[in-house]
Design a binder for this molecule. Structure first.
Ligand code: BES
Ligand code: MN
Ligand code: ZN
Length: 512
């Protein structure tokens, strides 16, 4: 689908000549007495009559479509439920806008106006509404040739603001929301691509292309270079595959000097069969999503660059395919990571932590001191948190707090799990410094505890286990089934928060 065009307008809702006007409805709202009064008057009291019949959709994401019979400029009115007014937020505004857009996608509607009422800040609201609208347009049926193309489809959305003043700030907000939405849809497109199409090499090519158009540098380390550096853990995983590995290094410079403010790292296993410790056939196809962390990382760099944030951000994506073959690593093999630590591979299906170990070491070699990584790392996180929240683990605690606050602020739910030293006992190896698996207990924690062995003292690090949140198993009103883009928004928000705090803290010369 072509990009959705998004504009902001302060015109009265009844005056907009669009194919559909969307209005959100709160629980118990009396249209005659709320900000809907003028519109309801134009509609000859239709909304009031619906309210009297208790037929106004106020339940979150519920929609109804009404013909307007020439009473207002738009021929259709779509009402979308927004729940309790007191509980409304920018995160709900994003979802409500998305639910409305998804309700319009299969209708003969090309243009729509979104009048989402309810939050105080016009710019934040417009950002969320634009973001939700763009996210709602993503369709994972990307490889269908027999898709019924509707004669008309939504291509332009106008976000309505109640005053010209609010609309002014909202313009910039809408642009930000669109940039974030497009970057997330790009990440979803990458995560959705099957293993035969998206290989480590083609993922690297996608990142190079993205860097060229968004404005960041991309270097790709090939197998020989990784061998010279000593990335034995990553290369061990890649050994069984015919597909050459790649470490994708992205550098965005939004600030004068070359210090790295933040490093984003994403697991890029383009397909995970498990290797010699092969996975069962049921649902193995889903392991095409095992590079969702990489996709979110590349997408986050795209968004950060297009937003022009004044931060220097490094992105590192270790990209491999995990296959069984005569060349594959075996259970019991010992690998040496970039920092010299030796790893006994007790299970070749615990491959994500192996490639991330080298990526974490490499980001630190390049000078990064604040790291976050995203990885579809363990099935155990689905047992712990289901599909409603990602696990976050890391240290020091103030960094974990900052990372979690950023994700939660943009509606990506995260929940912290502990990294007590005792868990390291589970990773003891008889022959090497550390084993790559720690048994059935606390699988998400021992995976993170493994990663922590590659984080240097004094370096801040937080790990997102997104195995339960990278992929929606069924659609929700505001998003299609399939890849979610998680945690792209949280990553970008973190960079925005760091930019804000950097502009608040005076430089050394200013302080004197
Ligand atoms: N990619 C998988 C984890 C995964 C599971 C992602 C379900 C998405 C959905 C990872 O590489 C893996 O296989 N982990 C193993 C670790 C185990 C061998 C210690 C797992 O979770 O079973
Ligand atoms: Mn695996
Ligand atoms: Zn994996």
């Amino acid at each position: 689908m072509a990009d959705l065009q998004i504009t902001v307008s302060a015109q009265p809702p009844a005056a907009l000549a669009v194919d559909a006007l969307v209005v959100n409805i709160f629980e118990g709202e009396k249209p005659g007495e709320s900000t809907l009064a003028a519109l309801d008057q134009k509609l000859q009291g239709e909304l009031g009559r619906l309210a009297d019949l208790d037929e106004l959709p106020s339940k979150l994401y519920q929609t109804i479509l009404l013909p307007t019979n020439g009473a207002i400029a738009a021929p259709r009115l779509l009402l979308v439920g927004s729940g309790k007014r007191g509980e409304f937020s920018t995160n709900l505004a994003r979802n409500v806008a998305g639910a409305a857009v998804r309700a319009l996608l299969h209708r003969p509607v090309e243009t729509a106006a979104l009048w989402i009422r309810g939050t105080s800040d016009g710019a934040d609201l417009a950002e969320a509404v634009a973001n939700g609208a763009v996210l709602a347009t993503y369709d994972p049926g990307e490889y269908k040739t027999t898709r019924e193309a509707p004669k008309k489809h939504l291509n332009a959305v106008t976000i309505l603001e109640s005053s010209v003043q609010r609309a002014n700030g909202a313009d910039a907000g809408a642009v930000r929301g669109r940039i974030l939405g497009e970057a997330a849809n790009f990440a979803r497109h990458l995560a959705n691509a099957p293993g035969n199409i998206l290989t480590p090499q083609s993922l690297a090519a996608e990142a190079m292309q993205a860097g060229r158009s968004a404005g960041f540098d991309v270097d790709v380390l090939d197998k020989a270079r990784m061998g010279e550096l000593g990335m034995g853990a990553l290369l061990g995983v890649s050994e069984g595959s015919e597909q050459p590995p790649a470490t994708i290094v992205m550098r965005y410079r939004g600030r004068g000097d070359s210090d790295i403010d933040l490093a984003l790292i994403g697991k890029g296993v383009t397909f995970d069969t498990g290797g010699i410790s092969i996975k069962p056939a049921t649902d193995m196809h889903l392991m095409k999503e095992d590079m969702a962390g990489a996709a979110a990382t590349i997408g986050a760099l795209v968004a950060i660059a297009r937003l022009g944030l004044k931060q220097n951000v490094l992105g590192v994506v270790p990209a491999v395919e995990n296959m069984p073959s005569g060349h594959a690593m075996r259970p019991g093999d010992v690998l040496t990571a970039l920092n010299g630590k030796t790893i006994e591979v007790l299970n070749t299906d615990a491959e994500g932590r192996l490639i991330l170990a080298d990526a974490i070491c490499y980001a630190q070699q390049l000078g990064a001191r604040r790291l976050v990584d995203a990885a579809t790392l363990t099935g155990a996180v689905v047992i712990a948190l289901g599909h409603e929240a990602a696990a976050v683990l890391g240290s020091p605690q103030n960094w974990v707090d900052q990372v979690m606050a950023s994700a939660n602020a943009v509606g990506e739910r995260v929940w912290q799990l502990p990294l007590f030293d005792e868990y390291l006992e589970q990773l003891k190896s008889q022959v090497a410094d550390v084993a790559n698996v720690g048994g059935r207990a606390a699988g998400t924690i021992t995976a993170a505890k493994f990663l922590q062995q590659f984080v240097n003292d004094g370096v801040a690090w937080a790990h997102f286990d997104i195995a339960g949140t990278a992929w929606l198993e069924r659609e929700v009103p505001y998003l299609a089934k399939g890849p979610t883009g998680f945690p792209l928004r949280g990553f970008v928000e973190l960079a925005r928060q760091l930019e804000k705090s950097a502009s608040r803290s005076p430089t050394v010369t200013e302080r004197q």
